[in-house]
Design a protein around this ligand. Structure first.
Ligand SMILES: CC(C)(COP(=O)(O)OP(=O)(O)OC[C@H]1O[C@@H](n2cnc3c(N)ncnc32)[C@H](O)[C@@H]1OP(=O)(O)O)[C@@H](O)C(=O)NCCC(=O)NCCS
Length: 183
């Protein structure tokens, strides 16, 4: 599926995106904040596109202006969102594009997609303690704070962190976001 916003196209990752993916995912300011290791080579980015970013409902965030991917956003099933009708939103943006509201713009469309197209009832979203940038994105999207957990495993980085969990229910989305509320 291909989704669109004013400035963005959200479309499946392709192996031919490996160089662009590496350009941004190799920066240590990106992956570790989200719990994964910076990519070490274009070859590794290609493998990750093939094995991980090819998962259903994972999209390359492509700038309409350039036609090139600058980040990733997706809906995933995992521990937080293991029940039917529940999913978890995750995202990252290349550093040169931070601060332009791209993650909130892509996130808004993913929420619409989750509730309207996929019929989800709840979308979870979390961030690790200290990731104020991601916290801000979730505030802008209208997520509602649920709880904080100590010692959340971050398997790829062999460590544990404090994690904050937010939730958007279909009802909240309809009242706050769809009807023009939120920020
Ligand atoms: C979190 C992230 C996706 C935000 O994307 P974005 O498109 O820049 O989002 P926004 O433009 O709305 O900026 C969000 C906040 O980041 C901060 N920020 C923006 N640009 C910044 C920059 N160049 N340097 C430092 N902080 C910056 C600001 O506090 C901003 O909030 P504000 O708009 O209220 O000032 C991006 O920073 C990122 O990819 N981080 C690393 C991966 C990650 O943390 N993913 C989420 C895991 S939960």
């Amino acid at each position: 599926m291909i989704l669109q916003t004013e400035r963005l196209i959200l479309r499946p990752w392709e192996e031919t995106d490996a160089e662009e993916c590496y350009k941004y995912a190799s920066d240590p300011r990106v992956g570790p904040a989200a719990g994964w290791k910076a990519h070490a080579s274009v070859e590794e980015s290609r493998r990750i596109i093939r094995d991980i970013l090819s998962a259903p409902e994972t999209y390359a965030i492509v700038l309409k202006e350039t036609g090139l991917p600058i980040g990733s956003i997706g809906l995933h099933n995992n521990d937080l969102a293991s029940k039917d009708g529940e999913t978890e939103l995750g995202y990252w943006i290349g550093v040169p594009y931070w601060g332009r509201g791209i993650a909130p713009e892509a996130g808004r469309e993913m929420l619409r997609h989750a509730f309207e197209d996929l019929g989800m009832a709840r979308v979870w979203c979390g961030y690790y303690d200290g990731n104020e940038k991601s916290k801000r994105v979730q505030e802008k999207l209208g997520f509602v704070y649920q709880w904080t957990s100590e010692n959340v495993p971050v398997p790829q980085l062999h460590e544990t962190r404090r994690g904050h969990v937010n939730l958007m229910t279909r009802e909240t989305w309809i009242s706050k976001i769809k009807n023009g509320g939120g920020e």
